[in-house]
Design a protein around this ligand. Structure first.
Ligand code: ZN
Length: 372
């Protein structure tokens, strides 16, 4: 997990900054105060370059935040849950709870971001126009911010998933074909093609001696490429888990064991000999909890003889039961929210089977091997 600091909360949405943001903020401020403003306004004293550079840098990130907030607020008005916004190296990421469930929703949520950047750009353009000849520093800031917000809008409209433009493209293909997976693949491949073009262009610039611009463009290309690949994988995983039910994943041949036996005894008598991997634990005749192979593996070998099963099991009061019809995504969410390794599958008041996290991981592994 990367480090991200909470800065404030607005409209009930937590705003965080990623640690990488500090570097980019320092870099942008330095590029503005040390290069851009001195080249345009050489008659200013150096301290003025730095003050104007710092304020411009802050306003630039306020612009990025406004872009992300627009996505978030529109998503929320369409019934999506928005937890937080994290500003990081290349902009921001709004953590919207789920993939939108209709193409129309995705289209509008994605499109409003670049539109907001264009509007902000237009506002700064107006400020520049009004302040020219009245206040040079303010006009200078507004001119740069107007330009950079338009760049931001254009960059985000690159048609590669998961950039905004890629989401817009995906929603259109999704609408036309009715197939989210196919739409995501197309948008992701487009993103990878654009990324390779950027990397190629960046490297050619680098070789021609434009070291700085070349490196920058290649880095952005690399970033888009990894985002496109990752975004596609996440969608595939979701699809795969959506199609599988608890009854397909569950272990029905589970055995009932006593909570007072040692971990070592369980390994010797059940796991090694009978290849069993999930167990119902009883104490005094009643259900006490569940234990899986994963819990057993977590106990260091030298402690296994002295540790009782009831110490490592998921106790009954923490168990979150599911039905045979519950899908893979819901089970994973239950495991994650309860920080547990296993759930019992209950039907008609009876335990029909047990699903361990390892069962889900095995299933994903099997599917990824088949080339999905
Ligand atoms: Zn955006």
């Amino acid at each position: 997990m990367r480090t991200a600091w909470h800065i404030f909360t607005i409209f009930g949405i937590e705003i965080k900054i990623d640690s990488s943001w500090i570097f980019i903020f320092a870099f942008v401020t330095w590029a503005l105060a040390g290069h851009y403003f001195p080249s345009q306004y050489s008659h200013w004293p150096p301290w003025q370059h730095w003050i104007v550079g710092l304020i411009t840098s802050l306003l630039l990130f306020a612009s990025v935040l406004a872009h992300e907030l627009t996505h978030s607020l529109v998503a929320r008005s369409r019934g999506e849950e928005v937890r937080s916004i994290t500003l990081f190296l290349f902009g921001g990421v709004a953590e919207i709870s789920d993939e939108p469930e209709t193409p129309g929703k995705e289209f509008i949520i994605a499109l409003v971001g670049p539109v907001s950047s264009l509007i902000i750009g237009a506002i700064f353009f107006g400020v520049w126009h009004g302040m020219r000849g009245i206040n040079e520093p303010i006009a200078a800031m507004a001119r740069y911010l107007s330009f950079i917000n338009v760049i931001l809008a254009v960059f985000n409209m690159i048609p590669g998933f998961p950039l905004d433009g890629g989401r817009v493209l995906r929603s259109i293909v999704w609408k036309v074909t009715g197939n989210l997976k196919r739409a995501t693949r197309i948008a992701s491949v487009t993103g990878q093609v654009v990324a390779f073009l950027l990397i190629f262009f960046g490297i050619s610039q680098l070789l021609r001696g434009f070291f700085f611009n070349g490196l920058w463009i290649a880095l952005i290309g690399w970033f888009i490429h990894s985002a496109a690949v990752r975004g596609y994988r996440q969608v595939l995983l979701k699809e795969v888990l959506n199609d599988v039910r608890a009854q397909d994943l569950m272990d029905t041949a589970f055995e009932t064991i006593d909570g007072l036996i040692s971990v070592q005894a369980l390994i010797d008598d059940h796991i090694l000999r009978k290849k069993e991997r999930s167990f119902l634990v009883t104490e005094g005749g009643g259900l006490a909890g569940i234990v899986c192979l994963e819990d057993v593996k977590a106990v260091p070998p030298d402690k296994r003889a002295d540790t009782e099963i009831r110490e490592i099991m998921t106790p009954q009061n923490k168990l979150a039961a599911v039905s045979p019809e519950t899908d893979g995504n819901q089970i994973l969410a239950k495991l994650a929210s309860g920080k547990i390794h296993q759930v019992p599958v209950i039907q008609g008041g009876k335990i029909k089977g047990l699903v361990c996290r390892a069962d889900i991981l095995d299933f994903i592994h099997l599917h990824s091997k088949r080339g999905i």
